[in-house]
Design a binder for this molecule. Sequence first.
Ligand SMILES: [Zn+2]
Length: 232
Amino acid sequence: MLLIELQKMESATAKIGTQKRDLPIRMNELDAEFQTLCAAMEGEQEELENLKKLKREKDGLLQKGQETLRKAKERLTEVKTNKEYQSILKEIETIGTKNGQIEDETISLIDQLEEREKVVKAKKEELEGQRRCYEEGKAKMAQELDSLASALEESQTKSDVLKKQVPADMLRKYEQIKNAGRGVAVVPVWKEVCDGCHMHIPPQLYNELQKFKSLITCPNCSRIIYWENRNG
Ligand SMILES: [Zn+2]
């Protein structure tokens, strides 16, 4: 029966249409997931840059401190009084202590930097793997979208060809039922159960259906029904 073919083709078309509509949503989700990973990586990188900046600042401070120390020691050779000598010695000690602190802080910073660099390197490698996955996934989806578009076109064309073959009054009835029955007008019946509404149809009607002489509709959901032999 042409209507069965038409219904099958239209259902297939609708299914492809749904897939084609949903795929870009999945693609956007994939984009967002990867963007999140990239943003996290940027955060890690930023933290590393902050540590490097801090290290540069400490290096500058230490350089200045060492310069101050050198100058103080120079002054030591030019002093005239013991009091002045003691005072500069004290100054040298203070500068030395401060420089020592900066050196300690620098050593701790170097440790942190090394640790962070290791983490960032590992995460970068991880991200590269994720990027490959993402790009492959994206390319696959784009390909899928292309094939869905052509499958949809083909399916729609086939539906249109079938529609032209169906007698006008039959097609009108089909469209009417389709609009009332949530998009499906023709459904199979097996073992007295309608596939559209899952209700039992009377045995007499089931017998009639198997003989297949006229257009029969389900007494419950009003869809056009046909007997589908599922015994293989
Ligand atoms: Zn039904």
